[in-house]
Design a protein around this ligand. Sequence first.
Ligand SMILES: Cc1cc2nc3c(=O)[nH]c(=O)nc-3n(C[C@H](O)[C@H](O)[C@H](O)COP(=O)(O)OP(=O)(O)OC[C@H]3O[C@@H](n4cnc5c(N)ncnc54)[C@H](O)[C@@H]3O)c2cc1C
Length: 607
Amino acid sequence: MMDYKAPLRDMRFLINEVLDYPSHYAALPNGADATPDMVEAILEGAATLCEEVLAPLNLSGDREGCRFENGEVSTPTGFREAYRQFVDGGWQGLSFPEAYGGQGLPASISAIKSEMMGTANWSFAMYPGLSVGCINTIVQFGSDEQKDMYLPSLVSGEWTGTMCLTEPQCGTDLGQIQTRAELADDGTYRVTGTKIFISAGEHDLTDNIIHIVLARVTGAPAGTRGISLFIVPKFLVSAAGVPGKRNDLACGSIEHKMGIRASATAVLNFDGATAFMMGEENKGLEAMFTFMNTARIGTAIQGVCHAEASFQRALQYASERRSMRALSGKKDPDFKADALIWHPDVRRMLLTQKAIAEGGRAMIYSVAKIADFLVNAVLDGDVSRQKEEDSCLGFYTPILKGFLTEMGLEAANLGMQVYGGHGYIHEHGMEQIARDARIATLYEGTTGIQALDLLGRKVLLATKGKCVRDFTLTMMKFSRGRLLQPGAIGKMARSLLKRSVEWNILTGRIMLRATKDREAVGSASVDYLMYSGFVMMAYFWALQADKASELLRSGAGRESDEFYRAKIQTAQFYFERLLPRAGSHYTSAIAPTSSVLDMDKSHFAFG
Ligand SMILES: Cc1cc2nc3c(=O)[nH]c(=O)nc-3n(C[C@H](O)[C@H](O)[C@H](O)COP(=O)(O)OP(=O)(O)OC[C@H]3O[C@@H](n4cnc5c(N)ncnc54)[C@H](O)[C@@H]3O)c2cc1C
């Protein structure tokens, strides 16, 4: 069984030909070193690490899982050695500031690396992945002393970090947080409380773990306005940055999970642990949400990862496994039966997976360019530019996170289906992909919460529909120039133009209804999010098809004609077979709220 092959040709097509990363990097203040040669070397190096080191540990890591004994967590066999290779290769520091030992490259390069790592082995990728949130928070809110103390070892990967938000009584509604922080005589704090579901909360990969913890200072106001942000190291760190005395916190257990079993999800008990406040008192939640958009892109990538992983294996299986004859006659006459890939329904499944993986990748790589601008604004300390970029990114992130993780799960399930009954058997790895993919729609804000964020906050409250108007304007401009083109591209352009108008009408109708019925938003939100996702992905498929068609005509492309033709065919499949689902989401989104709300709470079931 093949484990993972990095889709470098697709990645190069996107970054060089469709999205023109070279010009984007040339214009970025921190893009000078991201020359095409450097980017190519990073792609090749990351592919080698992922194919040869991380992917071979994926199935065994799932089977073995993490072990919890006497308060310590052991990661599965091979993880420590693989993590060492990751650190020695300097992979953690790729996009972090040079001042802290990073390589200072644009954030989008790290997104590509993260996709490869996550596809090869999502559980492994979560250990350094959680550190990214921790590092970003310290970069923005830490004092100079805190930055000097923690960042070099986090950026090198010698230590990892966590984000400790969730408690037993609350995950979504962080206003209910109870963990408390008491000011000590020396100006530090003592944190007491229990955090649950903390990814990478305890493990044996590094000498220290730096927890970023949300807690309430004694006497703070109730709700979200009384939450502060703290650094709580597992081992207290000397001024020289050396770990010393163990802090008063312990791992109580790790969760027994459906998937990502090699990623330790810890219960952490803080018992008067020494903590250091970051940023302003009671402004912790605000601070935590600053990098929420970039963190959500990190989880959106998971949808692409599982779609790609499942597609690669399903394609190989469908080419080798044989069953019956194609309805139109023998396709593999030298064999007793034709390969699965000849059957239209198997092709439908494979093309759906391919369309999700490659369409999702285009969405992520495009939005990663906005993340590059945002990170630069943060590093420059330019607050107004930062707000501008963040609000632009803020429109895309709930769509990418919600839609791509839902579609990644669908692709993972289809991969199992292509394998038939064998998909349900552990050693083929297909059921693991489906189990691993399941968490992506839950953490970092569930799909329901992403949908409320998109429709309620971003579309209606913050911009009164302007963010949709802006995006659809881009779609319209693209379409108008291609409406009269013969063949596939003209057809896609006409379809996109229709959807651009329709998306605005849908937004307007919900906006109108919401003025009279407050529940209209919550009742329509997930359908609205899925509608937006299908239409946005259509745009990114049209972009790819258009570029492929142009390069086929000019002969100036770096890829083969077959590659470009397959791009256009996949785009056609998307427009004809997947985009129509937007229509049913439209219908559901504007359906009366009464069918959701009228049933009495006590009438949901009759025992
Ligand atoms: C494997 C794993 C790893 C995790 N890693 C971390 C981590 O590293 N750090 C961390 O802090 N947390 C972590 N989490 C926690 C995760 O982020 C939360 O589980 C998630 O945010 C949902 O919170 P909850 O489980 O409390 O669900 P709830 O908030 O109880 O939600 C339950 C359901 O109700 C819906 N719902 C809730 N409120 C509303 C509303 N107002 N309107 C409409 N629907 C609503 C939700 O969409 C959901 O479907 C992890 C969880 C898991 C399982």
